[in-house]
Design a protein around this ligand. Structure first.
Ligand SMILES: Cc1cc2nc3c(=O)[nH]c(=O)nc-3n(C[C@H](O)[C@H](O)[C@H](O)COP(=O)(O)O)c2cc1C
Length: 197
């Protein structure tokens, strides 16, 4: 199933073809492929090169670890993410290591790392679905996240499956159109409120 973004021909197909499915095939992800996603995240840019991110990872073959990560998601997300080939829980470091000052760009940098992971996944015909819907306190406890780190998201990675496998309300969203605000609403030229281009 394709849900291509209606963008111009100069936008790379990895970006055009990316979307966030909920139907994942019951397949394992090879260890080397999983590692390549994490390397893509590792090499993201970050403010002061602080790399304020950590990923707790479980592949579905690692059943006990996978169940532990799955239990950190809110029930709605557990419902579909249980079929993913790999789950990650992301965390951001709240302060810089070099001076202890608050890192106000930590979540931004973590998002960049996940974006790189997402595009790397797409290049391997894997799909990524990010989730804000985690139970933060449970995550902290269950995964032993240390003080000074904030659990931020969970990320499901897997191979696309037929949406018929989904419960009705999720299937509707899976088959529905993708929408974005128009560029004119999110981009200004030179000064806030001025049209771009
Ligand atoms: C930080 C973040 C949190 C999200 N949280 C959830 C979530 O908890 N559950 C869910 O089903 N989708 C979640 N999504 C997926 C978004 O709904 C999805 O990316 C958005 O609707 C755009 O669709 P697309 O990714 O297919 O282009 C999240 C995405 C991001 C980036």
């Amino acid at each position: 199933m394709s849900k291509s973004a209606p963008v111009g021909p100069r936008v790379h197909e990895l970006i055009r073809e990316r979307w966030s499915p909920s139907a994942f095939a019951d397949r394992s992800i090879p260890r080397e492929e999983a590692k390549s996603l994490l390397e893509a995240a590792q090499w993201a840019p970050s403010a002061f090169n602080a790399q304020p991110w950590t990923f707790v990872v479980a592949r579905r073959d690692e059943a006990e670890d996978f169940e532990r990560l799955l239990s950190c998601l809110v029930p709605f997300n557990q419902g579909w993410a249980k079929s993913a080939s790999m789950l990650l829980v992301t965390a951001a470091r709240a302060a810089y290591e070099h001076n202890g000052k608050p890192n106000t760009h930590a979540w931004h940098d973590l998002g960049l790392a996940v974006a790189q992971l997402t595009i790397q996944a797409q290049s391997l015909d894997l799909r990524v679905h990010q989730m804000a819907g985690i139970d933060v306190e449970r995550t902290r406890r269950t995964l032993a996240v240390p003080a000074g780190w904030d659990p931020v998201t969970a990320v499901a990675v897997g191979y696309l499956a037929d949406p018929e496998s989904l419960p009705a309300e999720v299937r509707e969203k899976e088959l529905g159109p993708r929408q974005r605000k128009p560029l004119s609403e999110i981009v200004f030229g030179g000064r806030w409120g001025e049209p771009f281009g």
